[in-house]
Structure formats: C-alpha cells, structure tokens
Design a protein around this ligand. Structure first.
Ligand code: IFM
Length: 455
C-alpha cells in the first residue's frame, strides 16, 4: 500500500450505538416513557420478554465505555439522544437532568479526544406524542424541531456533527406496516403518511439548525442494493419497486424534491399524494449523508409479498449472518458509488456497518475470538477503500456496534458488538474484531492488506 492510499488523517473512525439499545434506566432522573418502553413491556412483542430496562447500563457506565473507545483508538462516537429524557412529554417542559446526561457524555468524549456524532431520533418517540398520533400527526414536524432546538442550544458549542433521523424507512416499515417494531401498527395507509411526516420533521429540524447551529447536519438512511434475480421483466420491475421503496423513498424527496414514481404503484389508493409545497420544504440542503449498510437483496417478483410485490432470493454459496442477512461487501462499494451517481458529490459517512454472529453469553479470559466478524469488518472496510479509490467522498466509518446490545424485537439474542457484554454482570470484553479494528485505525488502513475483497 502506498502511503497516500491510506485513509486520510481526517478520516473519522467510530462506532455507533443508540439510546434505547444501550442506555438502560429509561425512566431515570425524570425521563418520560418512549414508545419502545411501552412496546417492550407489551407481552409477546420482544423475543424472550427482553426490555431496555438495563440494556448495557451505558447511562451509568458511560465513562467506562468512553475509556474502551479510547483504548480502541476511536476518534468518533455516534450515539442518539432519547427525546423523552430531554422532553418527558415530547414538547414543552425540558428535563434538565436528562439533558445533563448528554452534556456529561459529550464532555467525557471530548476529553478523550473523541468527536461526538449525535443522532436526534433513533426510533424512541416519546409515548406522550404517540398518544397524540405520533408520526401520523402533521404537527410532529414542529414537535421535532422544538426538541432539536433544545439540543442544538445545549450542545452545538461542542457537537459538530448532527443527524436528524436514523433509518426513517425502518421507522415506517417496521413501525407502521409490518408492526414488528414500535409502535407496532400494521396499516397500509399509515406507512406512507408516517414516511412523509418523518421527511417534514427532518426538514424542520434542518431549518432550525440553519437558524441556530454552527456546524453540520445530515440524515442517516439504511440502503441495500437491489439486484434482479433474472432479466425477466417481472423481476426487473419488482427490483425497481423494491429499490424505490427502500432506497429512494427518502432520498429522492431530500435531494430531488419528489417521490419515486413507483410509490404510487406500490401503495395504490393508500398513497397520500403529498402537496408540492411540502417537497419544497423537504428539499433543504444537508451537509452530509450517513449510510447504514448491512446487506443486499437479490430480488424477484413475488405478488404475495404486499405491497411491494418483491421477494428475496437466497444465495446458497454466500455466507449469512445471525439475522439472516447475506454477507456481501461489494454491495457497500456499489451503494456508495450509486448514491454519488444519483444524488451528486455530497460528503458521505458509513454511519453503521457490522454483523451479528453467534457469541457466547459469558466469556472466560480477556478476549473473545470472533473470526467471522473480523472477516466481515475487513472486507467491508476494503469496500469503503474501493469506493474512495473511485473518488467517492467517504469521510468516516462507524462500526455497528460498540457494544452487544438490545436488538429491538430480537431482544439480546443477536450480538453485533466490538465489545462483548455479559448481560448478567455488565462486564465488557473486547472481541478480536475490536482489536482488529484498532489496528486498522492505528495503521490508517494498512492492516486491511491481508485478504482480498471477494468478487
Ligand atoms: O440495531 C440496528 C440499529 O438500531 C439500526 N440499524 C441496524 C442495526 C442492526 O439491526
């Protein structure tokens, strides 16, 4: 590797988490309940009855976690703020003690030389706002901007990187269409309405930031390349619909000021046909785009899979993770190149990437071998390098996740962490993937040299 093909010194090397998945103590210090607090406490919603009541106890152990980040050489940490810690009713009264937790976390990170990257919404809407219609109420755009302004006012002097929403597609698909995630609705008419209000809320927060903030704000989406299973017209059409639904539904409005044509076909009478003025609002310039990448989908027509009419074809020769996602690093390069091609040369960050593979619940000794995760990290970081070689402006990479944590409706059964968490004792143990990542960071990418990117 020539010295200049290494990652630049300015590259952000991070790990990511989200509030409900790691913090625990969800009602501490005056916090209000969130929709995840309610959902997890509803019998039958989460595997094994798991909840985020304790999670990784990051709320009380964040200083130890920051020490681990420092030991791994991270220079950035992406976390989310729990809206109902800061505004227990979602609007109005600010809970100073909730806000203070995030102040302390930011200060600890900065003292350790780690840049905080803050996400305002990672799926945990205040329950009080859900009672008022949640993402289905158009007023949510103002509620979100009010909450965002409180955070900007409190932390923008020290936080230089903000994201409005994490994975709005998952919020609508899981929360309003399949019902697998909070608030657990299954309603074809609600999903596109929630999606539109998420976009409006994102734009209102960006607007608030322009009035108040000094640094950078962006959006985080999860993208998954859709490759057609065959050249048959039905498969090609299904692939285009799947791509519109998952990959373009949120980005076309933000960057192009319109929804993909296919959305009308997908939702039929349930498509709300939003007013043009809303798109003028949604199309606020953003400073960067965060991309969460895990897998791709080889797509075929499947009329029974409503409303998109697309299915996923298993690839028997490829490896799959514990969440049954195909390991496909080339798809990350494809995604990064594809975003630049469609939306132009905006600064990009890989804001999540990682894999759940089986790890035991307890660890003897000081390190845990996780060779599959090491291989996943290596090949996906090589894929980032490949995109950079093609001139894509990728400025950082955040591994998902710093810690094994609460994987939503899977509870604690899927481990994505660089650090193993023993949920009985809260002991953290570095996995080999954490040590490998530390070496990649230290060498600015030279440690990726062994092992080639699979075709
Ligand atoms: O755990 C989630 C995270 O909350 C959002 N992105 C995908 C991760 C793995 O499923």
């Amino acid at each position: 590797m020539s010295p200049d093909s290494r990652f630049p010194r300015s590259f952000l090397w991070g790990a990511a988490t989200s509030a409900y998945q790691v913090e625990g103590s969800p009602l501490a210090d005056g916090a209000g309940p969130s929709i995840w607090q309610r959902f997890a406490h509803t019998p039958g919603r989460v595997r094994g009855g798991d909840t985020g009541d304790v999670a990784c106890d990051h709320y009380r152990r964040f200083e130890e976690d920051v020490r681990w980040m420092r030991e791994l050489g991270l220079n950035a940490y992406r976390f989310s703020v729990s809206w109902s810690r800061v505004l227990p009713e979602g609007t109005g009264r600010v809970n100073q003690r909730g806000l203070d937790f995030y102040r302390r976390l930011v200060d600890a990170l900065l003292s350790a030389g780690i840049q905080p990257a803050v996400t305002l919404y990672h799926w945990d809407l205040p329950a009080a706002l859900d009672d008022r219609g949640g993402w289905l109420n158009r007023d949510v755009a103002e509620w979100f901007a009010e909450y965002a302004s409180v955070l900007f006012g409190a932390l923008d002097d020290r936080v230089e990187m903000w994201a409005t929403l994490n994975e709005p597609w998952v919020v609508t698909d899981g929360g309003y269409l399949t019902g697998d995630l909070a608030p657990g609705h299954r309603n074809l008419f609600e999903a596109p309405r929630a999606a539109h209000n998420l976009l409006r809320a994102h734009a209102s927060a960006v607007q608030a930031y322009r009035a108040q903030g000094q640094h950078r704000i962006g959006l985080v989406v999860n993208l998954e390349p859709k490759d057609p299973a065959s050249g048959q017209p039905e498969d090609l059409a299904a692939t285009a619909r799947a791509d519109a639904y998952m990959n373009r539904q949120f980005l076309d409005p933000v960057f192009l000021g319109r929804s993909p044509e296919e959305m009308r076909e997908i939702f039929g009478a349930a498509w709300p046909d939003p007013p043009a003025a809303d798109f003028d609002h949604i199309r606020q310039p953003i400073d960067f785009l965060g991309i969460n990448y895990y897998t791709r989908s080889v797509t075929c027509a499947d009329p029974a899979a409503r409303p998109v009419g697309a299915g996923r074809v298993r690839q028997p020769r490829h490896a799959y993770t514990e969440t049954d996602w195909e390991v496909y690093p080339a798809g990350l390069t494809q995604t990064l190149l594809g975003v630049r091609q469609r939306y132009g040369d905006i600064p990009l960050y890989v804001t999540e990437n990682g894999a759940a593979f089986y790890d035991p619940p307890t660890v003897e000794g000081d390190e845990l071998a996780d060779p599959l995760r090491v291989a996943y990290l290596r090949t996906h970081l090589q894929a980032v390098q490949e995109a950079r070689r093609h001139g894509v402006d990728v400025r950082g990479y955040f591994a998902w996740s710093l810690l094994d944590n609460f994987e939503w409706s899977h509870g604690y059964s899927k481990r994505f962490g660089l650090l193993h968490v023993d949920f009985e004792t809260q002991r953290r143990t570095p996995k080999a993937s954490a040590r490998f990542y530390a070496e990649v960071i230290r060498s600015r990418g030279e440690a990726l040299l062994e092992g080639r990117l699979p075709a």
